[in-house]
Design a protein around this ligand. Structure first.
Ligand code: M6R
Length: 606
């Protein structure tokens, strides 16, 4: 989704900006641009990738102050004029903006009445014109931005460059912005990952804050005009360079990284002697956990699917109600919040706007929320204050793989911890720990012998629709498999709990319809077999993910065995063949595996 990078300092700004944009690329975007000041302001923008922008840049873009942007269209189609930066009518102000200005129609109309000819269809451009107008009042960049933002309604992460001032003013409201402080140089980014090559000393702007930056100074104030001192955070976790290495795509690399990522996630969090989980970041004692009335988990997309698995594990081990919610629905349903309940916000990026809003809704109503987050220092991690980092490392492919596994693993450790404080015996706890510690090795074993994935790809790649079915803990895994295939191979997919198939989706089945079943050797397997028979009786062809050595393989047209696994942890194994099926199908169809169309890695608008 949209990304911002800005620079002030001794280096050539254009080089730093292009490097910054490259590190934002993984988030997904459709156009890009930079503006650099050196007496005049040079502005270059273009539909396409950062590489495309480079082709139109002159060999020299002199200047040491600049702003840059990757756009993911919200207001206005994907074209060059809607790309950022946007310049004011007299060229004195140039802005890049993330977020959505809700009263854009009103602002644009009033500018048109004043004779301003708008150059784009965006909500952002209006801000540039209004800042320029306000600048003419007192020639004070910070005050001009502040007065403009008082007129705007909506969300923003904003950087403003001025023709006549050697400063960048930035502001945040609902869209992340982080200032990086170097030695006599200053950086701004919407993503801490992009700052890592330059500095680890950062200031996270909060909603309603404005920063006025020179290369050597940082002045912070609120939207109301109150100055305050910056609080510098030193980012400890460095994602490092995430290069492809021997892999053709990040998605494949990240699928193969799952065993090690899982080892990181569970390391130091399991107490083998007591058969217990130990998530120190929650700061919850057994007596606190014993009193919890219920648990709610929030997430979007893959994170929601992981949350649904968490829900099942928590109910099974702790015998208290747990429920997973889709974040984007949560606050709009005016949920009743019990301050004694536990809430978890599950998110890879930690920037998903829908999940952040859900967290704020709970806070507003007196509840507290724990983050289950990958990106350290992200907005949701900071808004929650406490929680669990899932330690997947950088996930660059838009289709989430290793973050899903680590969300499930982190939630299983929590389920164990709350379970042990209530109804789970030490013996059962130890079995789960053994199971969890075996998982990385079992995934490695499976990856060495993946089964007939390419045969499965042949069966589904030209299908009108693929149905994914699983029961119990495999029902959310079916959803995750469908989401993966749909988002990167663009094949319409439906996922259902297998028992629900006969209540509707069965109508879709015809001779040759592909159906993917997930049927580990658990207590609902026999029920799943009935659903397989119902599908086959209607001519469907069955791809079956099952445990090695299980007779259920005889039910399959294509059988994909996984190593036998603890029944509560089966999602960590059954999901892997589905990730591979999605990956290879996308490749077979010539799709862009890592950057699927229309999608963004981090969805920062509601
Ligand atoms: O960063 P988050 O985990 O909050 O992202 C949530 C979803 O946008 C994300 O899982 C999305 O569904 C992925 N592209 C799935 O592969």
């Amino acid at each position: 989704m949209c990304g911002i990078f800005a620079y002030l300092g001794p280096r050539q700004a254009s080089t730093v900006l292009i490097n910054g944009l490259r590190r934002l690329e993984y988030r997904g975007y459709d156009s890009t641009g930079i503006a650099v000041k050196d007496g005049t302001i040079q502005l270059h923008k273009k539909v396409g990738k950062v590489g495309d922008l480079e082709t139109i840049l002159p060999t020299q873009v002199p200047g040491h102050i600049g702003i840059a942007h990757t756009r993911w269209a919200t207001h206005g189609i994907v074209n060059d004029s809607n790309a950022h930066p946007h310049q004011s009518v007299n060229g004195k102000v140039v802005i890049v903006h993330n977020g959505i200005i809700e009263n854009t129609r009103q602002l644009r109309t009033s500018l048109t009445v004043q004779g301003v000819e708008l150059q784009s269809d965006t909500d952002s451009e209006a801000l540039a014109h209004i800042i320029e107008r306000e600048l003419s009042v007192d020639n004070n960049p910070e005050k001009a931005v502040r007065r403009t933002l008082h007129l705007a309604r909506g969300t923003w992460g904003l950087c403003v460059l001025f023709l006549e001032h050697d400063v960048i003013v930035c502001a945040r409201n609902g869209s992340p912005l982080i200032i990086g402080q170097g030695d006599d140089e200053m950086f701004v980014s919407s993503d801490p990952h992009a700052l890592a090559p330059y500095t680890h000393r950062v200031v996270f702007l909060e909603d309603g804050e404005i920063a006025t930056l020179t290369s050597t100074s940082m002045k912070l104030s609120t939207l109301k005009g109150k100055d305050f001192n910056p609080s510098i955070t030193v980012l400890e976790e460095d994602w490092g360079e995430s290069e492809l290495g021997e892999y053709p795509h990040f998605m494949l690399k990240e699928i193969y990284e799952q065993p090690d990522a899982l080892r990181h996630c569970i390391s130091g969090r399991l107490d083998r002697v007591q058969g217990n989980g130990r998530l120190g970041g929650l700061e919850l004692e057994p007596r606190d956990l014993g009193k919890v009335p219920h648990v709610r988990l929030l997430g979007c997309g893959t994170a929601y699917n992981a949350a649904e698995i968490g829900q099942i594990m928590i109910e099974k081990l702790a015998r208290i109600p747990a429920v997973a919610h889709i974040s984007s629905e949560f606050r709009h349903n005016d949920p009743v919040i019990n301050p004694n309940a536990l809430h978890f916000a599950v998110t890879q990026s930690g920037e998903t706007a829908d999940t952040l809003s859900a967290v704020k809704e709970i806070h507003l109503k007196g509840g507290s929320v724990f983050g289950v987050v990958n990106v350290v220092g992200s907005s949701i991690a900071r808004e929650c204050g406490k929680g669990v980092y899932i330690h997947s490392g950088p996930e660059q492919a838009v289709a989430s793989t290793k973050a899903f596994s680590n969300m499930v693993a982190a939630l299983s450790v929590f389920a164990l911890q709350i379970g042990r404080s209530r109804s789970t015996s030490k013996e059962r706890g130890k079995q789960l720990i053994n199971g969890l510690q075996e998982i990385p090795h079992l995934i490695e074993e499976y990856l060495e012998n993946q089964g007939p994935i390419l045969e499965a790809v042949e069966m589904i790649k030209d299908a009108k629709c693929v149905l994914f079915l699983g029961r119990g803990i495999s029902a959310p895994v079916a959803k995750e498999g469908a989401l993966k295939l749909m988002e990167i191979a663009y094949i319409p997919c439906l996922a259902y709990p297998a028992g629900e198939m006969k209540h509707g989706p069965i109508a879709l089945l015809e001779e040759g319809s592909p159906v993917i079943f997930i049927a580990p050797n658990d207590h609902v397997k026999m029920k799943t077999i009935s659903a397989i028979h119902e599908c086959k009786a209607r001519g469907a062809r069955v791809i079956l993910i099952h445990e090695k050595g299980d007779d259920i393989a005889n039910e399959a047209d294509i059988s994909i065995p996984i190593p036998p696994v603890h029944s509560l942890l089966s999602p960590l194994l059954t999901v892997i063949p589905m990730q591979l099926i999605a990956y290879h199908t996308a490749l077979a169809l010539g799709c862009n595996v890592d950057r699927p169309r229309n999608l963004a890695k981090s969805v920062t608008v509601e």
